[in-house]
Every structure is written in structure tokens, then in C-alpha cells.
Design a protein around this ligand. Structure first.
Ligand code: SF4
Length: 449
């Protein structure tokens, strides 16, 4: 019998929040390319806006984001001012086209912004874009950086959903990841948000952290579900110290191995389901009343840089340093150098430094990978017909799937691919069969589980 953990869990494969994935972006896509794509946006388009705030109060050792420690509030205020100017630049390039159905503030920690700056930027968005009634406005929150004034500002700005970084409550794990936040801080934050009219609450948890055990994770889950979050995500820690040098602060010997990680992921999923949450894709869990469950059941769930989403906008516009825009023509990414970002925006230039234009075949593979990641099944013939592509365009993918079918991870019938229950933990490896760019030898991706 094949040892699936040994064979697949250590493989380094992308999380497929985009296709092609970010390591394949290049400087051939620049500000001029992006300006052209923005000018092509049709009037009927639905837009999603992502705003990146790179600052945090202190660095968590596990962090995989583009984050910086801000030691002076003036730096954050200055950043907010540049972001306001970028909003105007991008809005000018788009013109009156499109309506906004989703806004997502991520980072970093958006709540390192002062209340006045958050309100100023929210006004800049509503002045320059048409926001649809009922648009979702989501913010990522560090419970250590939210006070009553900021919570009220979020409510006043129309925020509808808040995602709190919880990760793990066990003190030994919190110490090992440099993120000490007692339960009271988390429950106080939830109270402040609800008192400000923000009722949709997400918690982000993690497995695979140093010194973490299955018992720790289950205790954390049992404790935090009492606060009644609408969604819980359970992400696996991605240890890539050659890309994120602060992760060298994490003691490698204290990290759980592949089998222990699998046991943690499985136990967490089972416990959340026992608590009444529906499992959505590989790492999201939603209360039955949450819109994500409706999207999952109706096959309209999507995947973007934030993971699984109900966001069905046809164009994602990234704002802020390092943010990525996703348009039908391709991806375009802002520079990740703060000084270059500021100088470009101050000079009236879109701060794009790389990206990738996508081909008809990329579009086909992107759609198939998204359906697999969201639904654990895809009818590739239907997708091929939609994109006018022949079967030969996918012949290599079907060759690669044979090995996974032999190991019982997928069932293939005509052109329908179904991921089996045994294959669900390895969904990224299944999706990788359709990835024409995959570089198995590179260390740029995290382990499959
Ligand atoms: S708060 Fe979030 S973004 Fe900031 S360092 Fe910690 S994990 Fe990274």
C-alpha cells in the first residue's frame, strides 16, 4: 500500500491563489501594460478592490506576508497619504467604468492605520469608485492593535466583515512564534467589533507551528468557537526561511513533521465539523448561515489571493505596495519596495513592476484549477468548450493524473475529474497536474500539506 503522506505531503506545490502563480511574473508587464488593461474595463464590469497596508506592530516569526514593523506613526500616516494618491491615479486610469462589489483591506495589519487615516482612505474610495449597495467590506485585524476608537471608525466606514488573526492559544506556541495574545484580548476585540455593527467575524488559525500538538489545536478550536465566528480558516504554517529570513527565529527541531501536520489538519477539520461548521475547500470552515456555504453549494465559490472567497467580481484591482491586480488580460503587481512605490505614485505613475499576460491556454488551465480547488471536481470538457480549446491542450495533465488515479487520489471518467476523500488533503497536487509552469525542484512553494 502506498504511503500517501510520504509520497505527496512533502511535495512543494503552489496554493493556487492565482494561475500562473506569482514566481512566473516578470518585468515585461509594466505600468504601460496595466494602464492599457485598466482603460479596457467595460462599463458593466464588477470590480473588487484590495488595499495593502504593510505595517505591523511587531513581526510574527511565522509570517509569510509582505509586512514591516512600523516604529513611528508618522510613517504609517505618510503611507496612507501615498495610498490615497494611488487610489486617485488608478481611478483616473479606469474612468467611470465598473461598480465595486467587494473591498478587502489586508496586510500587514490594516488596523495599524489610525482611525482618521482609515476613514480618509474609505472616503477616497467612495469618492472615486461607485460602490454597489450591500458591497462586502472586509478587514484583516490583529487583536493586539484594535481599540474602541478604531473599531468605531471601521463601523463608520461601512466595514461588514472582520478577520482576526488568532493562530493558536497555547502559550508555549505563542511564545515560539512571537505572537503573545491572550484569549481575553481576542474576545474583547470581537466585542468591540460587534458593538460597532460589524457582525461577520472570521478567525484565522494555524497548524504546523513549533511545539504545537493536536491537543493544543483542538483546545484552541473548542475555546474560540464559543465566540461564535462565522468562518474559521485553518492554514498550514509554510516554513520557507530561505525566502522569509525572520522564519530562521523558529526552531526547526520544534516543527511537527509531515505525519504530525497531517494529523493536526485532519483533527482540526473533524472538530470544526463536529462544532457545526461546513468544510469549504481545503482550509475554510463556515457556519451554515454564512454566504460562503451558499456559494460552495451552488458551485460559485472562487479563489483569489485571500484564499476562498464569495467575491465574484470579474476584475481585482490591487492598491498599495506589493499588491496584485487580476484582470482577464493577466496579473500586474505593484513594486514591493516602499521607496520605489512612493516615488512612482508621487510622480503620477502607476507603481507596477511585474506581472504576466495570460494566454488562451492559461485561461483554460486557470478555470480548471479554480474549479478543482473550490469544488474538488471539474468537467474539463465543459470548460474546454467554454474557452474553445481542444482536448490536446490538456493531454499532459491527463498523463499526470494517471499516477494520482493509481494511488486513489482522483477518479477520472471521460473528462470529469473527481478528487476522492483520500485525495482531498492533496488537492494542490491534483491541481498541479494542470499547471504547465510547475517547477517541482524549486523551493518557492510550501509543502502540499
Ligand atoms: S500580524 Fe500578520 S502580517 Fe503582521 S507580522 Fe504577524 S502574521 Fe505577519
Amino acid at each position: 500500500m502506498v504511503d500517501l503522506v510520504a509520497k505527496y505531503a512533502r511535495a512543494r506545490v503552489p496554493r493556487y491563489t492565482s494561475y500562473p502563480t506569482a514566481p512566473h511574473f516578470h518585468a515585461g508587464v509594466n505600468a504601460e501594460t496595466y494602464r492599457h488593461w485598466l482603460a479596457e474595463i467595460p462599463r458593466s464590469s464588477r470590480l473588487s478592490l484590495y488595499l495593502h497596508v504593510p505595517y505591523c506592530q511587531r513581526l510574527c516569526w511565522y509570517c509569510g506576508c509582505n509586512a514591516l514593523v512600523a516604529n513611528r506613526p508618522e510613517r504609517i500616516h505618510a503611507y496612507a497619504d501615498v495610498l490615497r494618491k494611488e487610489i486617485a491615479l488608478v481611478a483616473d486610469a479606469i474612468g467611470p467604468q465598473g461598480e465595486v462589489s467587494h473591498i478587502h483591506w489586508g496586510g500587514g495589519t490594516p488596523t495599524t492605520l489610525g482611525a482618521d487615516d482609515f476613514l480618509m482612505l474609505s472616503r477616497a474610495l467612495s469618492d472615486r469608485f461607485t460602490l454597489l449597495p450591500g458591497a462586502e467590506v472586509a478587514v484583516e485585524i490583529d487583536p493586539r492593535s484594535l481599540d474602541a476608537t478604531k473599531a468605531k471608525a471601521l463601523g463608520d466606514a461601512g466595514v461588514t466583515r472582520a478577520s482576526l488573526g488568532v493562530q493558536e492559544l497555547a502559550p508555549k506556541v505563542q511564545a515560539a512564534i512571537n505572537r503573545v495574545q491572550p484569549l481575553e484580548q481576542i474576545s474583547d476585540t470581537v466585542g468591540l467589533l460587534r458593538a460597532s455593527g460589524i457582525h461577520a467575524i472570521n478567525f484565522d488559525l494555524m497548524y504546523g507551528l513549533p511545539h504545537q500538538t493536536v491537543a493544543d489545536l483542538l483546545r484552541t478550536i473548542d475555546t474560540v468557537v464559543a465566540l461564535k465566528p462565522d468562518r474559521v480558516t485553518v492554514f498550514g504554517y509554510a516554513h520557507v526561511p530561505w525566502m522569509k529570513s525572520h522564519q530562521k527565529m523558529i526552531e526547526e527541531a520544534a516543527l511537527p513533521g509531515a505525519s504530525a501536520r497531517m494529523a493536526q489538519a485532519t483533527a482540526a477539520a473533524d472538530r470544526l465539523v463536529q462544532h457545526g461548521y461546513r468544510r469549504i475547500g481545503m482550509d475554510h470552515f463556515a457556519a451554515p448561515s454564512d454566504p460562503m456555504v451558499r456559494a460552495f453549494d451552488s458551485g460559485t465559490l472562487h479563489r483569489n489571493f485571500q484564499g476562498y472567497t464569495t467575491d465574484d467580481a470579474d476584475r481585482l484591482i490591487g492598491l498599495g505596495v506589493s499588491s496584485i491586480s487580476a484582470l482577464p488580460e493577466g496579473y500586474a503587481q505593484n513594486t514591493d519596495d516602499l521607496r520605489v512605490y512612493r516615488d512612482a505614485v508621487e510622480a503620477g505613475q502607476l507603481p507596477i513592476t511585474r506581472g504576466v499576460a495570460i494566454s488562451a491556454e492559461d485561461r483554460l488551465r486557470r478555470a480548471i484549477i479554480e474549479r478543482l480547488m473550490c469544488d474538488y471536481a471539474v468537467d474539463t470538457e465543459a470548460v474546454r468548450t467554454q474557452f474553445g480549446q481542444p482536448f490536446e491542450a490538456l493531454a499532459d495533465a491527463y498523463d499526470a493524473l494517471c499516477e494520482l488515479a493509481k494511488d486513489g487520489l482522483v477518479e477520472v471518467e471521460a473528462e470529469t475529474v473527481r478528487v476522492t476523500r483520500a485525495g482531498q488533503p492533496y488537492i494542490r497536487s491534483v491541481a498541479a497536474c494542470f499547471d504547465a509552469y510547475l517547477d517541482h525542484g524549486s523551493g518557492r512553494h510550501a509543502r502540499a500539506v
